[in-house]
Design a protein around this ligand. Structure first.
Ligand SMILES: [Zn+2]
Length: 330
């Protein structure tokens, strides 16, 4: 390993901890789109009662990331959440081998405090805290609302669900098929330049490309207009099962993130206070990658906003008017 190579790896690693999934811009867009779909609904009113005056879902959607920075955002409720949730960094993702077809309980890259489990718990808490008797994370309704508003966004970032695993020859392998491989840490171990990772690229560069694509149009107005909602965006069955369904859908997109990358030299990174000794890789992207990833992100942000609203509407359905109720037999 050359000194320069070590330097860019060190620089890259130091950025990993600060990465905000989809960046603030992406998460805020998800919150704003959800507000659009909640307009005039009972769910919208219920959401409003849990928010502070002047606080919108765009702001709520970044709460979980802000709570990672206690020095910058020293709010009492964030401190309480972090104290009760020492594992909160892992709530934002799962690391399923991208070759897999579905999120399944217990497979490689899933765990009891991954994004799907936490979303399920948050939904239970919002439905009724009593319905979530096992609430070891001590979430209240407001905290659950904040977390859902963020994690639904994360659930639509392909690298927050799918992960690649590489063997000694830096070839993709699937640990679920019995092969041994090292995880790419949500592509945080893939370096595009000295200061950027593939994960960061999907968090912020893709959103920037999408915003540029909208040109002078308001970003969320552009997304809502260009991606009208479709019936297949809705979850099926109980709302608590929707996060798993959507994780499976996003896993399909994760495959595409790895299709058009070229994995180059790897380097061994020594153990530090955050990571065990591990390998990291240089990667390059195919020429069409920017446009393809931008198109994916535009659709995913819109879907995430629609689905965030759909979750709230399922938790707080519209009251049924008396004349719409099924007639009772005499
Ligand atoms: Zn996140």
């Amino acid at each position: 390993m050359t000194k320069n190579l070590f330097l860019w790896i060190t620089l890259g690693s130091s950025l990993v901890g600060n990465a905000f999934a989809y960046g603030n811009a992406g998460h805020q867009a998800v919150g704003t789109i959800a507000e659009h779909y909640l307009e005039g609904t009972r769910a919208g009113q219920e959401v409003r009662t849990l928010l502070k005056p002047g606080e919108g879902l765009d702001r709520a959607a970044t709460w979980a990331d802000r709570s990672k920075l206690p020095d910058k955002y020293p709010s009492a409720e964030m401190k309480e959440f972090v104290a009760n949730n020492p594992e909160h960094h892992s709530y934002h993702y799962c690391d399923i081998p991208f070759q897999e077809k579905a999120y399944r309980e217990g497979i490689t890259g899933t765990n009891p405090h991954d994004i799907v489990h936490i979303l399920r718990l948050c939904i239970q808490v919002l439905q009724s805290p009593e319905a979530a008797p096992e609430n070891p994370l001590k979430l209240n309704k407001r905290t659950a609302l904040m977390l859902i508003s963020h994690y639904i966004g994360d659930l639509h970032q392909p690298l927050h669900v799918g992960c690649s695993y590489l063997d000694e020859q830096s070839q993709f392998v699937n640990p679920e098929a019995g092969a041994k491989g090292q995880a790419d840490a949500g592509a945080n171990y893939y370096h595009l330049t000295a200061s950027s990772t593939l994960h960061g690229y999907w968090d912020t560069q893709t959103v920037k490309h999408a915003r540029d694509h909208a040109k002078s149009e308001d970003f969320t107005t552009y997304l809502i207009a260009h991606f009208p909602s479709k019936p297949e965006w809705n979850g099926t069955g109980p709302v608590g099962t929707w996060p798993e369904q959507w994780a499976t859908e996003t896993l399909g997109l994760a495959k595409q993130c790895f299709e058009d990358i070229k994995v180059g030299d790897r380097s061994l990174v020594p153990k530090d206070d955050k990571h065990e000794e591990h390998f990291e890789w240089k990667v390059t992207l195919a020429p069409a990658y920017a446009e393809k990833s931008r198109d994916i992100v535009e659709l995913e942000l819109t879907k995430a906003g629609y689905r965030l609203a759909a979750v709230f509407k399922a938790i707080w359905p519209e009251p049924v008017a008396p004349d719409e109720k099924a007639p009772t037999k005499p």
